[in-house]
Design a protein around this ligand. Structure first.
Ligand code: HMG
Ligand code: MG
Length: 298
């Protein structure tokens, strides 16, 4: 298959990245990060989550962050909403696009959102109906598509069934998450082949955590399957609070470097992106997870 000529990068650092930071991060610092990412040319930024603050304390200020960011026309500022309560809070905060999140593994579903896979899917139906009435688009996530921290192996057919349901109920795009980063290219391609039997490839995205250093090769394998949307996180921030040992998403800087080298367009400015990454790492007092940023720092 010919490789895509344009890739859409979904910046999940402010949500998937920061949700896992133990130290408090001020609303002002989160706003500064989102604004810097907007300035770098990202077309989609996942700003926060409307989840229980008891479950994920770091996302508690998401409504304030939404109130203070500078929204650039044409850029999508999304948020996670696990249930109707979260959806209503998101709408009240002026969110125009939400994401619902399911898992391909029962154990992970229970640990992450305290219900079974089928209960979670049933919960999403009224959210998507209400979203349609408000003119809000809904993205869907499937976690643990290449392995589960509790169950180990996850079958590609199970991933395909959950993705199929999310797509059928109205998610305009389904992001397939290697939550614990254990996948390798062969498994990645097999997983996409199973899912594309039910969901068109142009409606799918890849979401790779880099825990085992496999994220970029898995993105390359996905490109070979015709996938042209990838989630990534500035400076490789993050992990998942309900997936022990999960490290950050693949760093946006590193994905951009690879795509630039391959002549694949994204509309993102590398220098501005590096500045955004450097700034948030200074705020957090942590070393960047981006290899490109490290190389540029010398
Ligand atoms: P629950 O305890 O079953 O919910 O949690 P409940 O309905 O029984 O409510 C319990 C309490 O939570 C009540 O408060 C509710 O009001 C409150 P109390 O009466 O005890 O004071 N509550 C809420 N508060 C704020 N916002 C809400 C909300 N809903 C209920 N929306 C629930 C169920 C889904 C709420 C909980 O499990 C939860 O919030 N989970 C979120 C987990 C999460 O955010 N995980 C990280 C994101 S997923 C991820 O990172 C994977 C991804 O990146 C892809 C990949 O890498 O694979 C997307
Ligand atoms: Mg994730």
């Amino acid at each position: 298959m010919t490789l895509p000529t344009y890739v859409r990068l979904i910046e999940v650092g402010p949500r998937d990245g920061l949700q896992n930071e133990a130290q408090p991060i001020s609303v002002a610092d989160k706003v500064q990060l989102v604004d810097a990412l907007t300035d770098a040319g990202l077309g989609y930024i996942e700003v926060g989550s409307f989840v229980s603050p008891k479950w994920v304390p770091q996302m508690a200020g998401s409504a304030e962050v939404f109130a203070q960011i500078q929204r650039k026309p044409g850029v999508v500022y999304g948020a996670l909403a696990p249930n109707m309560r979260g959806f209503e809070d998101a709408v009240a905060a002026g969110v125009k696009e939400v994401a619902v999140f399911a898992a391909a593994s029962e154990a992970f579903s229970q640990r992450n959102i305290n219900c079974s896979i089928s209960e979670s899917l049933a919960r999403f139906v009224p959210i998507i109906e209400a979203a349609q009435q408000h003119g809000i688009s809904v993205r869907g996530y499937v976690s643990c598509v290449l392995g589960c921290p509790y169950e180990g192996q996850v079958s590609a057919q199970q991933v395909a069934q959950v993705a199929k349901e999310l797509y059928a109920m109205g998610c305009y795009e389904v992001s397939l998450g290697d939550t614990i980063g254990t996948g390798t290219p062969t498994a990645t391609r097999a997983m996409f082949e199973a899912v594309t039997a039910y969901v068109p490839r142009e409606k799918l995205a890849g979401h790779f955590h880099d825990t085992y250093g496999q994220a970029l090769v898995n993105i390359y394998a996905s490109l070979q399957e015709g996938i042209a949307v990838f989630d990534s996180s500035i400076a490789g921030l993050g992990g998942c609070p309900y997936a022990k040992g999960a490290s950050g998403n693949v760093a946006t800087e590193d994905v951009l470097y690879m795509l630039n080298g391959m002549g694949i367009e994204t509309g993102i400015d590398m220098d501005k992106l590096l500045l955004a990454g450097e700034h948030i790492c200074n705020v957090l007092g942590r070393v960047t997870g981006s290899r490109v940023a490290k190389a540029r720092q010398g």
